[in-house]
Design a protein around this ligand. Structure first.
Ligand code: FAD
Length: 386
């Protein structure tokens, strides 16, 4: 540990999910023996969020099955505690119970929350809009789906499509509405078509239209710009996520598109950010990457930066992502969306067990395994092959 870390007597970690718990754990594993306080707004200890739209909705996993590895008792965890403001100069946090907490080092890991149609001006005041982000949302939806129901999902990205898959598995009648074909913007044409075909076979109806408006306080209705109406017992919106940065409002940090950090996750000296809330340098600007593996590697990078400053290694993103929907388990390394037609390295076109590689003129850009067990290291190597 360097002098920088030994100066930090108390590190506060705000946000107690994947990124926050990993920052705390990495600090301890790397020998930091000062005080760590982990503050989280949710009442639950950290759990796997990806499992919510998969095992928990399917009913194959219980809340107890999806807990993240518990932290050591030498980390002071304060759940059900929201940080409402901070003064970075005075190095103090203000908590929602009125308490004040002083810190020397700070990790910002407050993640993101669902963007709502209402936030986009696409819902009438009071319209019944349901979003999906946390354990309580998942337990609620799993209960609702036990009765036969009609579900309208606005947003055909990864989350919208995973929700559609879980809903049809429960026997719901599912309509998915988006301005563009399902998953095209996230996965690229080849993989998007593969999933959309499986979704259609499962009975999902897709509607493509550029403008939607939600209305209805008890019976929600999605109305399209051309007058078509889709009534659901539940309308789920899955139209992206917004970083949780309101508690940083008085700091003057540019945080609307996420908290901007350097390649080591540093906001400024002894203050780092990681996970869905953080915008790392990318393509000449800063970009959030709200994915599990990104949160994981950013958290480790940021913890190392708190301990070792410039001597810590910068982030080298692996670019790994997975999804499970409509009987397809898709793992991807490299660039997404993947443009063009891939080479099939294993499997046969038209089947659902495939190992795929996309290339540009110079080298491979992306590799994907569909319903095929491939070690991540191999997939990564395939995505980088020259
Ligand atoms: C349903 C779902 C399915 C997903 N599936 C996949 C998948 O298949 N593959 C994949 O790669 N990624 C997936 N993801 C994305 C992945 O789960 C996230 O990238 C990851 O959880 C980010 O972790 P995080 O710790 O940065 O943020 P979060 O998990 O959002 O945690 C942030 C925590 O901070 C707390 N918090 C917020 N504000 C405050 C405050 N002011 N004070 C105190 N605490 C606060 C929040 O309550 C929350 O507990 C999925 C996400 C969701 C929602």
């Amino acid at each position: 540990m360097t002098a920088s870390a030994t100066r930090l007597r108390h590190i506060a970690v705000v946000g107690a999910s994947l990124a926050g718990t990993l920052v705390a754990d990495t600090l301890r594993r790397n020998g930091y023996d000062g005080r760590i306080t982990l503050l989280g707004a949710e009442p639950h200890a950290a759990y796997s969020r990806p499992a919510l739209s998969k095992g928990v909705l399917a009913g194959t996993e219980e809340p107890g099955d999806i807990a993240l590895q518990p932290l050591g008792g030498d980390i002071d965890q304060r759940l059900n505690t929201r940080v409402v403001a901070t003064d970075l100069e005075a190095r103090r946090l203000v908590l929602d119970d009125g308490d004040d907490l002083a810190f020397d080092g700070l990790a910002i890991t407050t993640g993101a929350r669902p963007r709502r149609l209402a936030d986009l001006g696409a819902a009438e005041p009071g319209a019944r809009e349901t979003t999906f982000r946390d354990l309580d949302d998942a337990l609620w939806l799993a209960r609702e789906l036990r009765g036969r129901c009609r579900v309208v999902i606005v947003g055909a990205g990864i989350l919208g499509m995973e929700l559609a898959s879980a809903c049809v598995d429960h026997g719901a009648e599912v309509t998915v509405i988006d301005r563009q074909p399902p998953l095209l913007g996230q996965l690229g044409e080849y993989l998007a078509n593969l999933v959309a075909a499986a979704a259609r076979r499962a009975g999902v109806r897709f509607v493509c239209h550029p403008s939607v408006r939600l209305r209805g306080e008890t019976s929600p209705i999605v109305e399209l710009g051309d007058g078509r109406q889709f009534e659901g017992d539940i309308v789920l919106s899955a139209v992206g996520c917004t970083p949780n940065v309101e508690w940083l409002a008085a700091t003057g940090l540019p945080a609307g598109g996420g908290v901007q950090v350097d390649t080591r996750g540093r906001v400024r000296e002894n203050i780092v950010a990681a996970g869905d809330v953080a915008a790392f340098p990318a393509d000449g600007g800063h970009r959030r990457t709200p994915l599990w593996n990104s949160a994981l590697e950013q958290a480790r990078t940021a913890a190392a930066a708190l301990l070792r400053g410039d001597a810590a290694p910068p982030l080298t993103p692996a670019g790994y992502f997975w999804t499970e929907q409509f009987g397809l388990t898709i793992k991807v390394c490299g660039k997404l969306p993947a443009a063009g037609t891939p080479a099939i390295l294993d499997g046969t076109s038209g089947t659902s067990e495939l190992l795929l590689q996309w290339r540009d003129e110079r080298s491979a850009t992306t590799a994907a395994a569909v319903n095929t067990r491939v070690p991540i290291g191999k997939l990564r190597a395939l995505a980088r092959e020259s």
